[in-house]
Structure formats: structure tokens, C-alpha cells
Design a protein. Sequence first.
Lengths: 204, 204
Amino acid sequence: MDGLRVLPLLDGEPVERSDAARNREALLAAAEELVHERCGVHGVTMDKVAARAGVGKGTVYRRFESREGLMAALLNRSETAWQQSVLSGPPPLGPGAPPLERLLAFGHSRMETNLLHGDLIQAAGQSGARAYAAVSFVAMHVRYLLTEIGVRGDVPILATALLAPLEIVILQQQTHIEQVPLERIRRGWDDLVRRVVSVDVVAP
Amino acid sequence: MDGLRVLPLLDGEPVERSDAARNREALLAAAEELVHERCGVHGVTMDKVAARAGVGKGTVYRRFESREGLMAALLNRSETAWQQSVLSGPPPLGPGAPPLERLLAFGHSRMETNLLHGDLIQAAGQSGARAYAAVSFVAMHVRYLLTEIGVRGDVPILATALLAPLEIVILQQQTHIEQVPLERIRRGWDDLVRRVVSVDVVAP
DNA sequence: AGGCAAAACGGACTATGGTCCGCTTTCTAT
DNA sequence: ATAGAAAGCGGACCATAGTCCGTTTTGCCT
């Protein structure tokens, strides 16, 4: 009998072999351990990750493409939890609050998250995973909220404009180099949002 | 007679030795040549730059600290010309036009410049020179224009918010990955500026 | 069960950024 | 002009990201 697996699992995702899956887990776990031990992303080398996971270096690169890819994968783990709290957590970040309040809460939360994972984000660079998964989720959400608020104009572009000052390169420039206090950055962003939005809400 | 050099050239900039100056020029020239030959920043290695300039690798690092530093130095050369046209070129980019027009022209010009030097900017990273020279010039100018326009609020933070969407990481995300046409990005930025500014100009 | 093709493995190898330290050049004071 | 010290020089050396390819494992099919 041929039993299970009747559906030919439409190609494009040709099933992950068991050893491959095992090794991916091992590698991510090893990388996370090393980041914690070393108290940072710097100093976590590909060799060490491979050794800790008990595999060869070639395997790391097959699974994650590059150092950036590995970091991006690591990042996605924490990002997922955060995305959950945006989609279904308590208001005002989650659903239930009026859209403007949600948008402001979103900005504050995103700011904190980005600063928290700053080094990891930079180490992940432009690498695929983040560029797609994270960026597009965040952009999507802001577009949605802007639409709910009733903003006229090129919503996708405006969403990008609101998100840009929350990017880690900008935040680090402000906090680390210009020494701007966080509270002021936050108020500045709130002000920006209100300015962008007010044009439409006052004049229908 | 003890002749020239009476002023003890107040320390802090302890005079550059002639060989050092010569080598710096040679290195920058070599780096520029290689960038042109290779049609890009990638593939320009420190070894090649040193060899082309006819010096050892150690010299490159003494002069420019790191690869990022070298790239930043390269960038500064072109940046300087651009800064001149902002400060004293023809309007609307240069002085003479009303501040709002100047601000819009500034955004367009900055957008083009950043896209043109995209790879170089990324290769220069956060490295000193750019973080200070370029960023602070640009920030200063936008603050000045916002003040002239009569914007109330936290002008430095608003300036950062307007500049953020012009950063290369954002622009490349939009043009290369999301395939947004340049014209649309430009119009989007104009809209953003008008929204940010309009709050103050209509309601004094 | 046994065989077979595809996928995965792993470690030696390469390329390149960055460091180090003994030697050379430049500058200044005599 | 000369000597001495400070600054600069340069290439051998190290660390780490990334590649390659012969070998091993896996999972399906008869």
C-alpha cells in the first residue's frame, strides 16, 4: 500500500529532509546561545556557530546563505512574537483602539524593538528575510491604519515616510551620536504623525 | 634667522608630513581609478588600492582607519561639490528662491545624489566622515529652511523625519525591491513636506 | 529488503579585511 | 650640516567570511 502522502505537495517547497531540519534547529539554537554568552552579535563567528551546533561550516551556508541570512533568521524569531502582539494583543497596540491611537502606539513599540535589536538588525543587513518578512509586515500595517484614519493621498508612500525615522540607522544616529533623549524622539514622531494626518481629518 | 612658521600652529592638528600627504593623494586617486575601472565599489579591495598607489597596506589603514573610512573619504570629495551648489549655486537649490521651494529642490537633489552614490554610501557605512560631515551639513540646512518657512515645533526632529525617507536604505528598498518609480517617490516626498509644513503656515 | 538518485554534509581551501612591528623618512633644533 | 626624535612606512601575519567537491545520509520505489 502506498498509504500517506497522497497529495504530491505542489512543488516549490520540496519537503525538508529530516537531517536538514534537525541541523537548522541546532544552528539557530547555537547561534542564540552564542549571542547571549558573548552579550552581543559581534564575536559570533560562523565557525563557532558551526562548531557549537556540531556541524561543518558548509552546512551553515547551505541553510542560511550567508552571515546576514543567519542573523535575519535569528531576528525573525523575535519579530514573530512582536507581530502577534500587533495583530492580536491588547489595545492600543493591538486591535480595539481607534486607528490614530493604534498608529502612535505602533510607532513607540517599533522604536523600542528596533533599538533593542539594533546590532542584530544591522548584522542582518538588507538580507532577504528581513527585507521581506519584517519590512512588508510593518509597511502593510501602517498602510492599513492610515487608510482607517481616512488619509487621502499616496498611502504606501506616506507609510514609508512615517516608518523611515524609525529605522535603526536613523535612531542610532540620534541616540548614540546626537545624544537626543528617547522621550524627545518619541514626541517628535507623534508630532510628525499628527501633521501628516491632520491635513485630511480636518478638511474632508 | 628662523624665518617662516612663527605661529606654533596650535596643536591638535600636528601638521601632515609631506610623504603622508603625497600618499593620501595617491591612495584616493588609486581608489577612484579602481572604482571607475571596475564600474563599482565592490571588487575594490584594500590590497588592490595599496598596490595601485604603490604603497603597503599598512599605509592605507594608517591614513583611512578602515575600508569604510576610505570609502567615506572618497564620498566626501563628490559631496563637497554638491554642498557648494546648495550653499551658493543657482536657485531654487541655491539661495534666492523662497524657502519652501528651496526645500523641495533640496529633497529632489539629495534623492538623486544618494541614488547615484548608493553603493559608495553603503560601503562607507556609519564611518566617521560621513556621519559627521555629510549628515550634519544636510541636517543643518533643512533645519535652517524649516525655520525660514516658519515651522513651529521641534525643528531638529522634524528635519530628521524629512531626511529619513531620503536615506539610501529606504530609497533602495523602494526602487530596487518594491519597484516604485522615482517620480512617485518624489511626489510623495513633496506631499510629505507640504503636510508637515502646512500646519504652521495656515494657522499662525 | 535493497538499490538508487537527490539532497545534505563537512572540512580543506580561498579571498579579503585588519593588525603588528622593525625599518626608513622627514622635520626641527642646534 | 647634522643628529635625534617623532612620524610614517610596508609587508608578513592573523581572523573570519564564503566556496568547492568528494563522501555520506535519506527517503522513495520496486
